[in-house]
Design a protein. Structure first.
Length: 144
């Protein structure tokens, strides 16, 4: 946020969710294996300067510096489709899973980190409410 406010270079974040059902259905051991599997798959598709981390117990937050909404959407869709196609792993007892993604790009009116995160979180919940396994941008515009 400091870099954005100083240099006005774009930064976007992705909120990624849909793991609670795995913990509830298959237990926390399988849930943890699934989170690790998902993180590895996502990391393989991201740039070196992108940052992925676990946010809360069952969500991921991806920080995309120097990235405007359109590019963030493109990456999110690549991640979502890749996970949907390659998620199941019978060796590690990982069931098929999908992800729901919310995207926001930092704007001048988001003066706190909480405002920034809440905007992405609302987009993610919109993705979940409108059918899961989808990507929503702020107000859930289906495409750019």
């Amino acid at each position: 946020m400091i870099r954005f406010h100083r240099y006005h270079s774009p930064i976007s974040i992705l909120f990624i969710d849909n793991f609670k059902v795995i913990n509830d259905t298959h237990g926390h051991n399988i849930g943890d294996k699934t989170l690790i599997d998902c993180a590895r798959k996502m990391s393989s598709l991201m740039r070196r300067n992108d940052t992925i981390g676990r946010y809360g117990g069952e969500e991921f937050l991806v920080i995309l510096p120097e990235t405007q909404t359109k590019k963030a959407f493109d990456l999110a869709e690549r991640l979502r489709k890749y996970i949907d196609k390659h998620s199941e792993n019978s060796e590690k007892q990982i069931p098929h899973y999908t992800i729901s993604i919310g995207i926001t790009e930092l704007t001048d009116d988001q003066i706190t980190i909480n405002t920034f995160l809440n905007t992405a979180d609302k987009a993610m919940y919109k993705a979940k409410q409108t059918g899961r396994n989808r990507t929503c941008i702020d107000s859930c515009r289906e495409s750019l």
